[in-house]
Every structure is written in structure tokens, then in C-alpha cells.
Design a binder for this molecule. Structure first.
Ligand code: IPD
Length: 299
């Protein structure tokens, strides 16, 4: 019910800030001891002691406060806890989204906390502790941002974006992800070529967007689209914890989330490089677009 959702929402915000402090503490320990990161599937897929410690903290706090709720987290999943999404209220958490950034002290790092209720992503909280910026959204209640300059939450987008009629006017987030196998990389390179290529310079199908950014955090890309700092975010290969919170925040700010049949088919086959769990959550949608005619953008 409404009161229950408000309680979960307030708790998620408190928890994101607490986890953020643990991320900052973890970074000072890491840089003083030079300890603690490891590779998962390849050298571009990192996990740190802090990812694991923060996930354990968040999981513990949730189960103490809401013992009936389910939990899906990036590191628990990696450790073999592959829970499918059921009927329970489910928290979907990436303790550090932007782990590579964290390892390099590049400040685009955040904790991403999503809550799914009745199979619908309902609450999203993304906190970037090094920038002390919090994004929050709740289904039907809008999304908001608070930062040191503006501690009181401000509704997103901060200004009404002017609708674009062409991708040539767009600033686009494009992420490479950690999966660089040939068949995956080819698809990313194809898309990159298509969105950046100059059709007048001989790139067939080129859309010649104004600029491309790869800041290295899926959740923050969603938040930038929600803020209308970015017009579009494209990626393949995300997982539920990368997108759940961001989807709520972006949708509540008026962004559209779109997908492709091709990827949907692969997702249902459980292809590991695809949008496996988000597919279940969102109807296999993975590209976020704001302020653009989505039919045009899909092409
Ligand atoms: C990754 C980041 C990255 C995106 C990858 C994600 P992680 O999350 O969001 O920007 O390209 O798809 O997996 O591994 O840092 O939590």
C-alpha cells in the first residue's frame, strides 16, 4: 500500500547514503593499502573488496528491516545466488556501479538501489558519493535530484527539454561494457559507427550525433537522461542491478525506454551478453531516450 511504499522509499534513500559513506571509506582504505581488486570474466570486469562489503551491508540492513523482502545483488549473483524475480517485493542492488571508475578514482561511481513491487520497478535511488549527488524516483511520484549546491530535492528534469527532431542535435551516452568478445564488440562498433558516422562523409546510415560520452556508470547515464543533460543512452549487456533504479528515475522524468526484438529474443534464451534480468523486469527494454522522437531514434 501507499504507506508501505513511502516507508520503503525513505529507507532506500537512507540506505543509499549510508552505503555511499562506506564506498568513500573503502576508497581511502584501498588507496592507502593498494589492496583489493580482482577480475571476474576478464580484465575489464572488476570487483573490489568494497563492492562485496557494501553489498553485504545493504543486504543485511534490508533483511533486518524487511525480513520478507527478496534481494538480488550483483555480487550475490556472482557468488551463485541467482534468484529469479518472484512475487515478493524485491530489492535489486548494484553496490558500486562504475567499479572500474572506483578503481581508478574517477568520480563517476554510485550505489544503485531499485525496488520491484508486483513485478514493476517502483522505486529507484542512485547515490554518487564522491559527487554527493542523490537521484531518487518513485512510480507516479516523479524523480528528483539533490546535490551540495541544492540540498533540497529538485524535480527532474530541471528544465523542460526542447524536443529534438534529429539525432544530429543529440548528446548521447554510449557504453562499451566489459564484454569484448568479438560478436559482442562487433555489435557495439556497428552501433557506434551508425550514431557517430557522418553520412555526408560516406558513412551509410550515419546519424552524426553531436557528441558521445562513456562515463562508465549505467545508473548515472539513466540519471543524466532524466536530468536532460543527455538526450539518449545506448548499451547492450546490462544486468538488472545496472538498470532497475535508473529506469524508474528516467521514466518518472519523462524518458522513454525502448528495446529491439533481436535482443529480446536473445534475452529469453538467456544469452549471457544480453539484457537477461532487466528483460524480465522491464519487458526487455534497454535504451533510454528523452526528448527525441523515439521512432526516429530507433532507426
Ligand atoms: C557497469 C557499468 C558500465 C556499463 C556496464 C556495467 P559495474 O557496471 O555500469 O558503465 O557499461 O554494462 O556492468 O560492473 O561497474 O557495476
Amino acid at each position: 500500500d501507499e504507506a508501505g511504499i513511502s516507508e520503503i522509499y525513505a529507507f532506500a534513500i537512507e540506505l543509499a547514503r549510508k552505503a555511499g559513506r562506506a564506498i568513500v571509506d573503502g576508497s581511502s582504505r584501498r588507496f592507502s593499502s593498494a589492496a583489493g581488486f580482482d577480475h571476474k570474466k576478464n580484465t575489464a570486469d572488476l570487483v573490489t573488496e568494497t563492492d562485496e562489503a557494501v553489498e553485504a551491508l545493504v543486504k543485511r540492513e534490508i533483511s533486518t528491516r524487511f525480513p520478507d523482502h527478496a534481494f538480488i545483488g550483483e555480487e550475490s549473483w556472482a557468488a551463485g545466488e541467482e534468484h529469479a524475480l518472484g512475487n515478493q517485493v524485491t530489492w535489486i542492488v548494484d553496490p558500486i556501479d562504475g567499479t572500474t571508475n572506483f578503481v581508478h578514482a574517477f568520480p563517476y561511481t554510485c550505489i544503485s538501489i531499485g525496488v520491484v513491487i508486483d513485478s514493476v520497478p517502483t522505486i529507484g535511488v542512485v547515490f554518487a558519493p564522491f559527487m554527493d549527488t542523490l537521484y531518487q524516483g518513485c512510480l507516479g511520484k516523479g524523480s528528483f535530484m539533490s546535490s551540495p549546491h541544492h540540498p533540497a530535492p529538485r524535480r527532474l528534469p530541471l528544465v523542460d527539454p526542447t524536443p529534438l527532431d534529429d539525432l544530429r542535435q543529440a548528446l548521447v551516452a554510449f557504453e562499451w561494457g566489459s564484454d569484448r568478445r568479438v560478436e559482442v564488440l562487433e555489435r557495439k562498433l556497428d552501433c557506434f559507427r551508425k550514431i557517430t558516422g557522418d553520412p555526408d562523409g560516406g558513412i551509410a546510415g550515419g546519424k552524426m550525433v553531436q557528441g558521445v560520452r562513456s562515463v562508465g556508470s549505467a545508473a548515472l547515464n539513466f540519471c543524466h537522461v532524466a536530468s536532460a543533460n543527455l538526450d539518449l543512452y545506448w548499451e547492450i549487456g546490462c544486468w538488472a542491478w545496472d538498470v532497475c533504479a535508473g529506469i524508474v528515475i528516467a521514466q518518472e522524468a519523462g524518458a522513454a525506454i525502448v528495446g529491439s526484438k533481436d535482443h529480446a529474443a536473445q534475452a529469453t534464451q538467456g544469452d549471457e551478453f544480453n539484457v537477461v534480468t532487466p528483460a524480465v523486469l522491464t519487458g526487455r527494454k534497454y535504451t533510454v531516450i528523452r526528448a527525441i522522437d523515439t521512432d526516429k531514434a530507433k532507426n
